[in-house]
Ligand binder design. Structure first.
Ligand code: GLP
Length: 256
């Protein structure tokens, strides 16, 4: 993996946005895998700025989001549908038909999960997958477990995840207990992966991600098997890693 350590959140966001811009400028019809949460917000803001400055054109870009809460309709302010339109899609020239987000409400999730995977497969692979990181090392909503489904599937959210995400809801009782998420198999098939993390609360998960072992207790450790994964973290998220030790397995770029 390549590990880029930046001074702060803004620098992390700008670095990520530059890489995404380059990807789109290299291939206008790039298939992007997109993430939600507070981490990619700055990256989306930068991409919107770049679009407004005429530096990038989304008209042929295709997107697949990682996940959605089960039970929330698209127009619910905490749904990932709402998040994506509010924080990115409404501000760029992407075509609605090129946007894909798993459905949070369905009369047949098995069918819809299968259709989601088939829709991705129709485009071949995801060219660039953007990822945030859960405090417990989850990517998308692939939570730590003995077994992790590799395809799009329904998951029970971990207690840590429900606690971490309750800040967006009026009370913890309103946080959905289940979600639909792209599986680790699809994520790992992406040609390029960009994982972002900032802040001290991600330091432990980052340390484990870069420990050089593989465990389903920390789903992000699977990224060490990917041929083109880049991790962009700020100083705080990097605060528990031993840079010299990480250099034994990974390329480290310090922007400090
Ligand atoms: C959420 C999402 C993930 C996200 C992660 C971190 O629950 N399902 O896709 O990467 O948790 O969120 P945040 O960026 O807000 O810390």
């Amino acid at each position: 993996m390549k590990v880029i350590i930046t001074n702060d959140y803004d620098e992390m966001s700008k670095t990520a946005a530059e890489i995404i811009k380059e990807q789109i400028n290299k291939k206008a019809n790039s298939v992007l895998g997109l993430a939600t949460g507070s981490t990619p917000l700055g990256t989306y803001r930068e991409l919107i700025k770049m679009y407004k400055n005429g530096e990038v054109d989304f008209s042929y870009v295709i997107t697949f989001n990682l996940d959605e809460y089960v039970g929330l309709p698209d127009d619910h302010p905490q749904s990932y549908h709402y998040f994506m339109y509010e924080n990115l899609f409404n501000h760029i020239n992407i075509k609605k038909e090129n946007i894909h987000i798993p459905k949070g409400i369905s009369d047949d999730f098995d069918r819809d999960c299968k259709l989601y995977d088939e829709a991705i497969e129709k485009f071949g692979e995801i060219d660039l997958q953007l990822l945030g990181l859960g405090v417990n090392g989850h990517i998308g909503f692939n939570e730590p477990d003995d077994y992790i489904n590799t395809k799009t599937h329904i998951v029970d959210l971990a207690e840590e995840t429900i606690n971490a995400n309750k800040r967006f809801f009026k009370s913890i009782d309103e946080v959905p207990r289940k979600a639909v998420t792209m599986g680790l198999g699809t994520i790992m098939k992406s040609k390029k992966i960009l994982l972002l993390a900032s802040g001290k609360n991600k330091a432990k998960a980052i340390k484990e991600t870069l420990n050089g072992y593989l465990t389903t207790d920390v789903p992000s450790t699977v990224l060490s098997l990917h041929p083109d994964a880049t991790i962009i973290i700020d100083k705080d998220a990097a605060s528990l890693i031993d840079v010299e030790k990480v250099k034994e397995n990974d390329d480290v770029v310090l922007k400090l």
